[in-house]
Design a protein around this ligand. Structure first.
Ligand SMILES: [Zn+2]
Length: 242
């Protein structure tokens, strides 16, 4: 099944898939642009209407690439993708990290956000890239935040904590059973608010507490779920299984 979120301009939607649509092995779905209809159907769980599917090699960076009709601009290593093209699905794979999709009039984007990427500025870089793409530095951008590990389930200690604390202070953490936990959703909410982006959190189920979602921290899963954003006037009629 999938959670679908329609952006208010009705010209773009994001689909947060669960593990009933397992991400295919990476050798079958290499990073880059994919035009293989069969693979697109397998990955997205929906068939017709999607012309191409794009994903990057995610590496917890703040790098964002533009997807054009026949190429991804720059190296395929990135954690954010943006495009102005209709029917091009931009995807990220996650299992506790946060998929965040963006929409503005004329473009969409998606980002893979773990603590490292958030601290590094992946959200700001994504919003900047989408605004540059439509040529309006103050363009109204909406965001939708997908399933990720919740603060109760995300114990966060050690050297990484100092890095997060340096940027966000103590308010990023909550004490749960005497240990320090990180609230990824709160960091994202803060960052997006600073960027003037409205965010929807109705699809932020906890990956660890939801049976149909893969969780790296919960069960050491190597499996990931796919989230993708796509724009196009044809989206209204699109149904999703489940
Ligand atoms: Zn949880």
């Amino acid at each position: 099944m999938a959670w679908r979120y329609d952006f208010s301009n009705q010209q773009a939607s994001v689909f947060f898939l669960d593990n009933s649509t397992p991400a295919p092995k990476r050798e079958l779905w290499p990073a880059g642009l994919c035009f293989d209809d069969e693979l697109i159907t397998q990955v997205t769980g929906i068939g017709g209407g999607i012309e191409a599917l794009a994903r990057a090699y995610q590496h917890h960076s703040n790098q964002v690439r533009i997807v054009e009709r026949d190429r991804i601009v720059g190296p395929v290593e990135a954690d954010g993708l943006v495009t102005g093209l209709d029917s091009f699905a931009l995807a990220v794979l996650t299992a506790d990290c946060v998929p965040v999709a963006f929409s503005t009039k004329g473009a969409v984007g998606i980002a893979h956000c773990g603590w490292k990427g958030i601290v590094g500025g992946i959200l700001a870089e994504s919003v900047k890239a989408i605004r540059e793409l439509v040529g309006d530095p103050s363009a109204n951008v909406e965001a939708a935040v997908g399933p990720h590990i919740c603060v109760e389930c995300y114990e966060f200690e050690g050297p990484s904590k100092a890095e997060v604390k340096k940027k966000y202070g103590d308010s990023a953490f909550r004490t749960v059973l005497a240990s320090s936990h990180l609230d990824l959703g709160a960091l994202i909410s803060y960052e997006l608010s600073e960027l003037g982006v409205s965010a929807d959190f109705t699809n932020d189920q906890c990956t660890n507490q939801t049976d149909t979602l893969n969780s790296y921290r919960g069960d050491g899963s190597e499996l990931r779920q796919t989230s993708f954003v796509v724009k196009g006037p044809w989206l209204g009629s699109l149904m999703v299984d489940g």
